[in-house]
Design a protein around this ligand. Structure first.
Ligand code: GTP
Ligand code: MG
Length: 428
């Protein structure tokens, strides 16, 4: 089964902790601070692999955790930077935050990358906390936590031209005739389960990418058959070739087929019908097909479809195929180009969950509970093993406005305040 949408968990590595250390020099009891910084945690990065066509690999592994950075060492030595985890995705992969449904980025071209979970910064060692007042600081930061979230990857095939139509009308056969793609072709419906891409190269040197899409049926836009899942792929094709078969034996009415497919496209996305669309009658080699086509063409003309947009081909004899490809290239040249919704460069800044820097709540036994994104981050990065570090943490909390927030919530000297598993007394 083809996977074109998958949700994965990505967790970047925490930064390494900074260190509290002092130089040991002969005859100098306190040789000055020498604790180094922690290393950067590993990030999780998606990159485009031009050889990939599906998100299949993500079926087997859905959890990715990058390593933490190394802790800082004595003698001002830095902790080791953890390696990033790099995951290959096919071109055309759109990335969403699974919880907020906001788009994080859109990987459309070769060489593009996107950081989906950022590794934490390493904590600073005590060498950074020297001040005139405190020449031997016992302060170090712990590493910043790595970003952790669920992301949804969605593959949209980046084809310039999409072949749409009912099952078995000959979409894959046409693709196999005009490109070197080798799609599966068979006389039963829904032969194509995943879009195949091929490059059409014309004599004048121009080329374009064409995709045969899985067959659509009535109700596809509301989830019937395979259609809905793959209508998504049509979204970005700039020119649509709508194939309708002329086999007189198939028991169908070409004009009804034509209307039905247009209806499905419109229901799914009403901008699709605004794109250049050529109507292509297929299987013209079959006996009786010409008569069928004549009636079909007249009906289209009566509906206002222009004669120049109506084609008839046979993929067996190749009749009409070449002019169709040339005119498709022309239609493409004047068709609007879609600009991707977001680029990798912007992507880092798009994801902005609603944040509350400081929150104060009260639990059953009257303890004030501190929370909020900024408070929690500061707490995770505070090294409270040393008095200097604890004092620094207290100063940081004050500058965040925590004292005021506690006072406002009714805290008085002697009341207990807790952040996570750390409890202290409020002092006015
Ligand atoms: N006589 C004739 N048969 C054709 C022509 N094109 C395709 N066929 C036959 O029609 C059947 C279906 O062809 P496919 O190319 O698999 O059709 P499809 O539209 O891709 O079908 P799905 O993938 O199921 O949606 C096969 O048996 C083909 O050999 C044609 O031009 N003439
Ligand atoms: Mg097919």
């Amino acid at each position: 089964m083809f996977v074109d949408q998958v949700t994965v968990e990505v967790e970047a590595g925490k930064g390494g902790d900074g260190m509290v250390a002092f130089r040991h020099e002969k005859f100098v009891p306190f040789g000055g601070p020498a604790g180094g910084d922690g290393g950067h945690g590993g990030s999780i990065v998606l990159y485009v692999d031009p050889g990939l066509r599906t998100l299949m690999d993500f079926r087997y592994q859905r959890h990715f955790h990058a390593k933490a950075g190394g802790n800082g060492q004595g003698k001002q030595m830095y902790g080791r930077k953890a390696e990033d985890i790099r995951l290959a995705v096919p071109a055309g992969t759109a990335v969403y935050d699974a919880d907020t449904h906001t788009q994080i980025g859109d990987l459309t071209h070769n060489g593009q990358e996107l950081v989906v979970a950022k590794g934490g910064r390493g904590g600073r060692g005590n060498v950074h906390f020297v001040s005139p007042k405190n020449t031997a600081p016992e302060i170090a930061e712990n590493g910043e936590p790595g970003q952790h979230r669920y992301v949804t990857l969605e593959l949209k095939v980046l084809a310039d031209v999409g072949l749409v139509g009912f099952p078995s009308v000959g979409k894959s056969t046409l693709l196999s005739v005009v490109t070197s793609a080798k799609p599966k072709i068979a006389a039963y419906q829904f032969t194509t389960l995943t879009p195949n891409l091929g490059m059409v190269q014309l004599d004048d040197g121009s080329d374009f990418v064409m995709a045969d899409l899985p067959g659509l049926i009535e109700g596809a836009s509301t989830g019937v058959g395979l259609g809905f899942q793959f209508l998504r792929h049509v979204e970005r094709t700039r020119v649509i070739l709508h194939l309708v078969e002329m086999d007189p034996e198939n028991g169908r009415e070409p004009l009804d087929d034509y209307h039905q497919i247009r209806q499905e496209l419109e229901t799914y996305d009403d901008t699709i019908l605004a794109r250049p669309q050529l109507v292509v009658a297929t299987k013209m080699d079959l006996p009786g097909a010409s008569e069928r086509f004549a009636a079909f063409k007249q009906a289209l003309l009566d509906e206002g479809v222009q004669a120049k947009d109506i084609y008839a081909i046979s993929s067996i004899t190749h009749d009409g195929v070449k002019p169709l490809m040339q005119d498709t290239a022309k239609a493409l040249a004047s068709a609007p180009v879609f600009t991707p919704k977001a680029t990798a460069e912007q992507a880092d800044y798009i994801y902005k969950p609603e944040e509350q820097a400081v929150t104060v709540t009260r639990d059953a036994d009257g303890t004030f509970i501190l929370g909020g994104t900024k408070v929690e981050r500061l707490f995770k990065m505070a090294n409270l093993d040393h008095d200097d570090g604890a004092l620094r943490f207290a100063r940081q909390l004050r500058s965040l406005g925590v004292d005021d927030a506690l006072r406002e919530a009714g805290a008085q000297t002697g009341d207990l305040v807790a952040i996570d598993d750390f409890t202290f007394e409020f002092v006015e």
